[in-house]
Design a protein around this ligand. Structure first.
Ligand code: GLN
Length: 450
């Protein structure tokens, strides 16, 4: 059914870069066999899943949204993929993303953008726009994303779906195409919090192949999600960050956020204002740390080891082939970040830029620690603006970077975070209306919210 759905709508949504119909059918049959053989399988056995194309899949193309990896078929599975296969999840294919997960709209994908299923003229968020759009368009019930600065949560927010960033080290980075290694975190995307929790339970857990993986048991987030669904929040203290008091966010976004807060206080939660004075420096610190790490990680794409090779005519020097390959293989945003990162790490500038950003990161961590002495959770809008029209921010990188104003502090700290629709029942009702209204454009009729 999901393959049919993809065939019906993905030419308009473009959530997928690669659909592995044959692999998915074979995996589904294998799950049946394992079940008949009496193998105890988890609650998600047989459930289809889309995987962001920056997570490596054995034998299935993995591009990271870049021309430089076109045609590469990895010889191994990422740990999160291995775990999903073991749990009987069926991989439908690979979802679109900004090149190397750098971006907030999926417009920086070298293979063309993904369109927001609610309004095909608008962006589905990024970098994991494909994973979020696939959920919103009912092409997949679950998807996997990666969150370095907000790439699971911001696409969730602008597509009315749920995106959860696990604790850094809670899910293994083994088999992610590395962007910023001290921040990269794979995690679940779903249409409900409980679905996200169920997928998290499959993805999370210690992995000796990732040196920053947490060697501790995974907390029971499925139980927590189910307890949360009972609707009693008495005794829960929500921290409202004073420094996020509305500046930088569209008035409509703040109004929706306040509606959400009201709903939570009606369920018994208490709102406490907390101060996190260094959060205002999170965005600039991130845009030094992430490019610095990316400039180092992306050095491996040299035309020798993987994918694209340009200018290798037997005459040119190796360095020239590398340079021609990188010139042709990387898009403008990736080049911008490699250049910024190389500059920030160069001798003479290291202390002033990278070193300074690391100190800011420590101060932000202290803000979180002191906030959590007063409250159980911090709340904010996920993103300062609603889904913007395609093309409206691509010419101004700073405008694009602002999409992660609220999400980035958590990445620098390393804690878990989730984006949820303000009122999922209302969102579902208007989703079904909007789909009907738009069905001539998208052809996306015939589904019912669960
Ligand atoms: N928008 C951020 C960036 O461009 C987020 C990236 C991410 O989380 N992968 O770096």
């Amino acid at each position: 059914a999901h393959l049919d759905r993809i065939a019906a709508v993905d030419d308009r949504v473009h959530a997928f870069l690669h659909v592995d119909a044959e692999g998915a059918r074979a995996a589904a049959l294998e799950v049946d066999e394992r079940r008949s053989a009496g193998e105890p399988l988890g609650p998600l056995a047989g459930v289809p899943v889309g995987v962001k194309d920056i997570v490596v899949t054995r034998g299935v193309p993995t591009t990271a949204g870049s021309k430089i990896l076109e045609g590469w078929r990895p010889p191994y599975d990422a740990t999160v993929v291995e775990r999903m296969r073991a749990a009987g999840l069926v991989i439908l294919g690979k979802t679109n993303l900004d090149e190397f997960a750098m971006g907030s709209s999926t417009e920086y994908s070298a293979y063309g953008p993904t369109y927001n299923p609610w309004d095909l003229t608008r962006i589905p968020g990024g970098s994991g726009g494909g994973s979020a759009a696939a959920l919103a368009a009912y092409e997949a019930p679950l998807t996997v994303g990666t969150d370095t600065g907000g790439s699971i949560r911001q696409p969730g927010a602008v597509t009315g779906t749920v995106g959860a960033k696990p604790t850094y080290g809670g899910t293994s980075r083994y088999g992610l195409v590395a962007f910023s290694s001290s921040l990269d975190t794979p995690g679940p995307c779903a249409r409900t919090v409980e679905d996200a929790a169920l997928l998290h339970a499959v993805l999370a857990g210690h992995d000796p192949r990732d040196s920053t993986s947490i060697p501790q048991p995974v907390p029971d987030v499925v139980g927590a999600a189910r307890r949360g669904a009972t609707g009693d929040l008495s005794g829960v203290r929500l921290g409202l960050v004073r420094e996020f008091g509305g500046e930088g966010a569209e008035p409509g976004v703040m109004a929706a956020f306040r509606d959400g807060l009201d709903a939570l206080t009606k369920l018994g939660a208490e709102v406490v204002e907390v101060s996190c004075p260094h959060f205002q420096y999170a965005l600039p610190a991130y845009y030094l740390i992430a490019p610095s790490e990316c400039s180092s990680n992306l050095a491996r794409f040299d035309g020798v080891r993987y994918g694209l090779r340009v200018g290798d005519d037997g005459q040119k020097a190796l360095e020239e082939v590398m340079s021609l390959t990188r010139e042709a293989g990387f898009g403008p945003e990736v080049k911008r970040r490699v250049i910024i990162g190389t500059y920030a790490l160069s001798s003479g500038y290291y202390d002033a830029y990278y070193g300074q950003a690391q100190k800011v990161r420590t101060l932000i961590t202290r803000d979180f620690t002191s906030a959590f002495e007063q409250v159980d959770v911090l709340v904010s809008p996920t993103t300062p603006f609603v889904a913007f029209p395609l093309g409206s921010r691509t010419s101004d990188p700073y405008q694009m970077y602002l999409a992660d104003l609220f999400t980035i502090p958590t990445n620098l700290y390393g804690g878990p975070a989730i984006s949820v629709p303000v009122d999922s029942r209302r969102a579902c009702r208007s989703a079904s209306r909007s789909w009907r209204r738009r069905s001539p454009t998208t052809g996306c009729t015939g589904w019912q919210p669960r």
